[in-house]
Write a protein that binds this ligand. Sequence first.
Ligand code: SAH
Length: 261
Amino acid sequence: MLQAEKSAKVPRCTLVGAGPGAADLLTLRAIRAIRAATVLLVDDLVSDEVLRWARKSARIVHVGKRGGCRSTPQEFIERLMIDEARKGERVVRLKGGDPFVFGRGGEEAEHLREAGIEVEVVNGITSGLAAATALGAPLTHRDHAHGVIFVTGHPRQGADALDWDQLGRTAAQGFTLVIYMGVAQAASIEAALLRTLPEGTPLAIVQHASQPQQRHAVATLGALRRTLEQERLGSPAVIVVGEVMRGLLALRDAPRREHAA
Ligand code: SAH
């Protein structure tokens, strides 16, 4: 039985991965938690489609930037979760993708536990996975990649800067890079990776993966920033860099070659 469905005597909170957007990519466990919730705190990246599983009587609090407001301070969100859990509410914190892949799920879980709240975490399909699959590209095709690296293009302020040279050298050994939160820094990511990776390295940019408004572009590393601008691709998007995207690049260029022949 899910913790969210058990007696509400011990204050509990469930961090639920809402997946990349499409409601049928939710796990059964996520659906059960959402249906059991009396209070839901919902991030911006969670699609409305997912919220259809919530009870009509549930209190839904949007804590993202929706409605033009600045996003709700993290301390306020955590305070609300703690207070509601202590009142005996079944609190679900819905986060886009997977709660423990970026997006501060780890911090939230720590702070809740420190406050004596029992925390359960329900996995979701992270957008990096959904983005590649949406294009039919495997992240670790064994002809091209030994592994995959999930990386943020936007490290926390004050944190050590990411060593893009090291990352590029590792990618050159046959690792796919999946870059979250990279759109705003695309120009500097492109310049940094070009120090260690060839200009012609294939990549894909996928915006709103799995959602009806999904859009994507396939390009080379040397054309990352230009492609984002030309195709008007913006956040939320994932950038997937590596030889696993070579096939899609060839497909993109195929009609042109035929035409030229
Ligand atoms: N926990 C989330 C990531 C949160 S960080 C997950 O596992 O997916 C926010 C970043 O996730 C965005 O800047 C973007 O890079 C990525 N992202 C989230 N949802 C997305 C989607 N549907 N399509 C493409 N990228 C997405």
